[in-house]
Design a binder for this molecule. Structure first.
Ligand code: TYM
Length: 337
């Protein structure tokens, strides 16, 4: 008897986590999310959408989003996601996401959405607050629930959205019968909350508009060193991990620890001045990003190959999403066409 060549992998857990294609990847995205995705893909069945529809909750320059989506996909691959091991796809290529999002918008309350801190932060930065920015978490819930994901590996800032996703799944299930699997957020021990280097009480973020406070994955080494050496600290000189009293120094220790596989407290050992701490943190980050930058340059040179891989990813994703959406439609009792 011929044995078919299916590779056996001990995969019982499905994970899903997405990223917006607005701007380039920064060190917070990498340490808080992508680096863990790259590890998890080897032991779990992993799905990673580039969530372009989430990006249109705020106005986009016409014609630019597609390029940014391709670029973000290449950055994920450069950051260690292997399209032959996990599934990388573009959210808008799998139309089930928007249909499911509508069903979930009708399952979440106005009050619940109003309590989302990301909405409060983002709406404060916008002149025009779209309805989509408000209902954003329902689309995020659809991203997750369509795949029956067990775990959602994210940075600390996404915990609230994942909690809401659980509540939405539970409510839908109690109204219409078992349909969606409530997922768990998985937040890394180190790097879950990388702060802005100039404003260390704010998380490093694409939307903070703080170029000197944000290390982009594609920054050249000299810029990385300059930004880290200019990081805001405090007027003392003691190197100690204490987020409340010493947010700037603690952020450097978190980054150094995450980049070198240690806790921030361990990373603090042996330093008595800020200068050497900054120099070593800068070196560690440059070394961490060097291979990613080299790989990105290769991928960037062949956009057609990235598009081909994204199509394969979308086909795989759609096959699963379509089944879950059909289950939801049936359980609600929508008339079959
Ligand atoms: P986004 O695009 O803002 O960020 C992508 C991932 O990076 C993490 N992250 C950080 N981690 C540590 N420190 C930081 N300073 C930092 N900044 C960002 C985020 O926690 C996230 O894991 N709503 C999501 C995108 C999304 C999604 C999903 C996530 C859409 N659908 C489904 C999970 C599952 C967002 O805006 O992430």
């Amino acid at each position: 008897m011929e044995i078919s060549a299916v590779r056996w992998r001990p995969m019982t857990t499905r994970v899903l986590s997405g990223i917006q294609p607005s701007g380039d990847l920064h060190l917070g995205n990498y340490l808080g999310a992508i680096r863990n995705w790259a590890r998890i893909q080897h032991t779990a069945d992993a799905f990673h959408p580039v969530v372009d529809l989430h990006a249109v909750t705020v106005p986009q320059a016409p014609g630019e989003l597609g390029k940014a989506t391709l670029r973000m996909s290449q950055m994920l691959m450069a950051g260690g996601l292997d399209p032959e091991v996990c599934t990388i796809f573009v959210q808008s290529h799998v139309r089930e996401h928007t249909e499911c999002a509508w069903l979930l918008e009708c399952t979440v309350s106005f009050g619940e959405l109003s309590r989302m801190t990301q909405f409060k932060d983002k709406s404060n930065q916008q002149e025009f607050i779209s309805a989509g920015l408000f209902t954003y978490p329902a689309l995020q819930a659809a991203d997750i629930l369509l795949y029956d994901a067990d775990e959602v590996p994210v940075g600390d800032d996404q915990r609230q959205h994942i909690e809401l996703t659980r509540d939405i799944a539970d409510r839908f299930n109690s109204r219409y019968g078992p349909t969606f699997k409530p997922p768990e957020a998985v937040v890394p021990a180190a790097g879950a909350r990388v702060m802005d280097l100039q404003h260390p009480t704010h998380k490093m973020s694409k939307s903070l508009d703080s170029p000197r406070g944000t290390v982009d994955l594609l920054d050249d080494p000299a810029d990385i060193v300059r930004k880290i050496k200019a990081a805001v600290t405090d007027s003392e000189s003691e190197v100690r991990y204490d987020i409340k009293a010493k947010p700037g120094v603690s952020n450097l220790l978190s980054i150094l620890g995450a980049a070198t596989g240690r806790t921030p407290e361990e990373a603090a050992e042996g330093y008595s001045m800020y200068g050497p701490l900054k120099a070593d943190t800068a070196d560690a980050v440059v070394e961490l990003l060097r291979p990613i930058q080299a790989r990105f340059a290769e991928l960037e040179a062949d956009p057609a190959e990235t598009s081909r891989l994204l199509k394969i990813g979308a086909d795989k994703a759609r096959a699963i999403a379509a089944v879950t959406l059909e289950r939801a439609r049936t359980n609600i009792g929508l008339l079959t066409p």
